[in-house]
Design a protein around this ligand. Structure first.
Ligand code: T1G
Length: 706
């Protein structure tokens, strides 16, 4: 698209209308700022133009700078739209629908007036990609809404509704939105003769009013300390807004530009940009053409009202999909429905859900007592006990009753999708939809593809995931699928290092310092040690060569099942959930290791970190080698949204590239020599290391035909 087509200019009854048309979100990509400035100059020069409107075509105003351009060499622009808007001699009205984010909102702030439709959202989300607003937002927003509200918006990066933006003072008027263009032109005509022009840069009264709040910025710094651990951008946001309260506008702009330039190519910004695009790449499934007709999903059923089933039903109800819930007995169904009501009530009590919203969602969840009652549902998600025989029985019943064309999904976390599909006569309509607990909170959804799963089924399941607020990621059918399989070696190494002398609290501290919200042993106590205990017993029974883990086994056998029993790897006081190291656990570790003939030794933090993460990097390479994942960045998305991997490190494979594929491979080779088979290097890892490639760029050559 040429500069002219990306930005159109037309005069309507004396009003110059500037329309940005750069699909899909009107990002300020190459040619767009130039087009806006050219249009502004035309309007300024035209004596027939009394005022102007800036708006976006398509579904949005302007979603910000083109993130794809960051990290690439680019000449500093001679002029910026914000400055041209500032120097305008005629009123300019920003007319917002969809999103005005980042540079989009910054352009609107440099206009004289801002109107929006009720559904519009505004924000300065730059911190989410490791930078700060670089178009004057840190200087104009505090002038418009005050430093306190501005620093909160900029440090959080959150989207603000039109209504809240009006209350804050960002938006001057909310318009009906039936014909935003016409309403914007009428608004521009009403303000055409108003002088002086209200330039945000000249508004200082809210800055002056805040001058007495000396502790504001220190308070904000303290409030973000835990969440902003190891990161720079949040603190640079605060510094830039603080500069607005202390420096004249132009100097503040220079400060903002300096702080921005310190971040654009930081590890944190590169990692966060990578995560942003990786989360969008997961939607690309080879062989999935845009015009593929997918089965429409307007109604759902969930089989099983346990913790997972109830959570899955809530996901559907939360996003407006009516869902029927079926259980094996009336008692189990009643218990499941009560758990759902309790979960909603807790959210309302915490203030994260309005009472009225809960009252809208609950009726969408309908308990039923027969398979016939769900016969017409478009999708069924099975979430019964993790036992193959039980699943096969459920799928056979579903196959006999559910209407043709409906898709049947299993929430199994590891069982063979193909075996489940064979219990039906409609294997092409069967796939896995592996939710992560708690299902109504965790965003990751693994869509597990069976050998017979039709592409339409896979695509419909992925689309359903996105429709209920999940990040749907393709996973091949293998033991543990992709996320849990790639995580399994991490779990093994954390337990073996305890046998070798690293304490649970030392390992947890390393991972919290790395950026995890909780250490893996504290997470195990939260989830319950008995769950993995049962899984280990099943594997040991099936595989005589299975390497048992006597220490966690001993803990469970002593009744130490984690937080729910007041003790697990840690001790817990009844009053709170803080994990306390327990000498009793240390004794159990020492005794068990002695009995196993394992000599305990000290561990350096870096060895702990690399033992855990390199083992998973190696497994991820094996998964890709087998074609069970489409790309390494998909696995990174799983680690971000399934395991709490720190987002500002990009993901498991992105982080490994910081170490370097050769260094990772050399270390895996060394541990292979020392520890044997479980560290056998993936041949793909060796190949990438040999050519000095990047692990995050791996795409599975043998993508399974789907
Ligand atoms: N730059 C480039 N591409 C973008 C983009 C952007 N800012 N925003 C979205 N896309 C692409 C995205 O990759 C996807 O591409 C398609 O648009 C649809 O996006 C100077 C420096 C606006 C809320 O951080 O939050 O301004 O996969 O799937 O779910 O101070 O996109 O189709 O090929 O997300 O409807 C600040 C980032 C930039 C906003 C829409 N702005 N975008 O969500 O669609 S920095 C942002 C979003 C900046 C200034 C600074 C969301 C959205 P593809 P999507 P959506």
């Amino acid at each position: 698209m040429s500069e002219q087509t990306r930005v159109r200019f037309e005069v309507v009854d004396g009003i110059g209308v500037i329309t940005v048309d750069n699909p899909p979100v009107n990002a300020l990509g190459p040619g767009v700022p130039e087009g806006i400035m050219a249009a502004l100059e035309r309007g300024e020069a035209d004596s027939g133009v009394k005022a102007m409107v800036l708006m976006g075509a398509g579904r949005s105003f302007i979603a910000g700078a083109d993130i794809r351009q960051f990290g690439k060499p680019r000449p500093a622009p001679a002029r910026r739209t914000y400055d041209v808007l500032d120097q305008a001699g005629k009123p300019i009205v920003a007319a917002i629908h969809g999103y005005a984010l980042g540079g989009g909102l910054e352009n609107a702030l440099a206009c004289h007036y801002r109107i929006a439709v009720p559904s519009a959202k505004v924000g300065l989300p730059e911190v989410n990609i490791g930078i700060i607003p670089g178009g004057g937002g840190t200087q104009r927003l505090p002038r418009l809404i005050g430093p306190k509200a501005a620093v909160e918006m900029i440090v959080s990066g959150r989207h603000v509704s039109a209504a809240e933006a009006k209350t804050l003072g960002i938006i001057d008027e909310i318009v009906a939105g039936k014909d935003l263009r016409a309403e914007a032109i009428a608004y521009a005509r009403r303000v055409a003769d108003r002088r002086p022009l209200p330039r945000v840069r000249d508004m200082t009264h809210k800055l002056a009013a805040a001058a007495s709040d000396a502790g504001l910025f220190e308070t904000v710094r303290k409030s973000i300390a835990r969440k902003a651990r190891n990161q720079k951008a949040p603190y640079h946001c605060i510094a830039a807004v603080e500069a607005a309260t202390r420096e004249p506008f132009e100097q503040g702009i220079q400060t903002e530009r300096r702080l921005f330039s310190e971040l654009e190519n930081s590890d944190e910004a590169r990692a966060l940009r990578y995560a942003f695009f990786a989360e969008r790449e997961v939607t690309r499934i080879p062989g999935l053409s845009k015009d593929l007709v997918l089965p429409e999903i307007k109604s759902a059923a969930v089989i099983g009202a346990g913790t997972m089933g109830g959570g899955i039903a809530m996901c559907c109800a939360d996003f407006g999909i009516p869902v029927k819930v079926l259980e094996a007995s009336p008692e189990a169904l009643a218990k499941g429905m009560q758990r759902i009501r309790d979960n909603y009530a807790i959210s309302v009590k915490r203030g994260s859900l309005e009472q009225a919203e809960m009252e809208q969602r609950l009726p969408r969840i309908q308990p039923v007592d027969s398979y016939q009652a769900i016969a017409e549902c478009d999708v069924v998600i099975e979430a019964v006990f993790e036992e193959m025989a039980v699943k096969k029985e459920v799928f056979a019943k579903l196959d006999a009753v559910i209407k043709p064309g409906a898709i049947l999904l299993t929430n199994s976390s590891a069982l063979d999708i193909d075996a489940i599909a064979r219990a039906t006569r409609r294997a092409p309509q069967v796939a896995g939809a592996h939710f992560f607990s708690p299902a109504n909170v965790m965003k990751l959804l693994e869509v597990v593809v069976g050998e017979q799963s039709a592409i339409e089924t896979v695509a419909a399941a992925m689309k359903l995931g996105r429709a209920i607020g999940k990040i749907s990621v393709y996973a091949g059918n293998c033991d543990g699928f992709v996320a849990n399989r790639s995580r399994a070696p991490f779990n093994t190494e954390m337990n073996l290092m305890v046998e070798e002398g690293a304490s649970p609290e030392a390992i947890d501290q390393v991972m919290v310092d790395f950026g995890y919200p909780m250490g893996p042993f504290a997470v195990s106590d939260l989830a319950g040690l008995d769950i993995s205990y049962a899984s280990r017993k099943r594997r040991a029974a099936a595989d005589p060569g299975y390497r048992k883990l006597p220490i966690p086994d001993r803990l469970v056998e002593l009744g130490r099942k984690g937080q729910k029993t007041g003790a697990g790897w840690y001790r817990y006081d009844p009053s709170d959930r803080t994990p306390h190291p327990d000498p009793e656990v240390q004794r159990i570790i020492r005794e068990t290791a002695l009995a196993m003939g394992i000599e305990q030794r000290a561990f350096a933090g870096d060895e702990i970190l690399r033992r855990l993460l390199f083992s998973s990097v190696n497994e991820a390479c094996k998964i890709l080698e087998e074609g069970k994942a489409l790309r390494a960045s998909d696995i990174d998305v799983m680690w971000l949204h399934g395991f709490g991997f720190p987002r500002y490190r990009g993901g498991l494979m992105f982080w490994a590239d910081r170490v370097g594929s050769r260094a990772v491979c050399d270390q895996v080779e060394a541990w292979y020599q020392r520890y044997g088979a479980r560290w056998q290097p993936s041949s793909l890892l060796r190949d990438v290391a040999r050519r000095g490639g990047d692990l995050r760029e791996i795409k599975s050559a043998s993508i399974q035909a789907i």
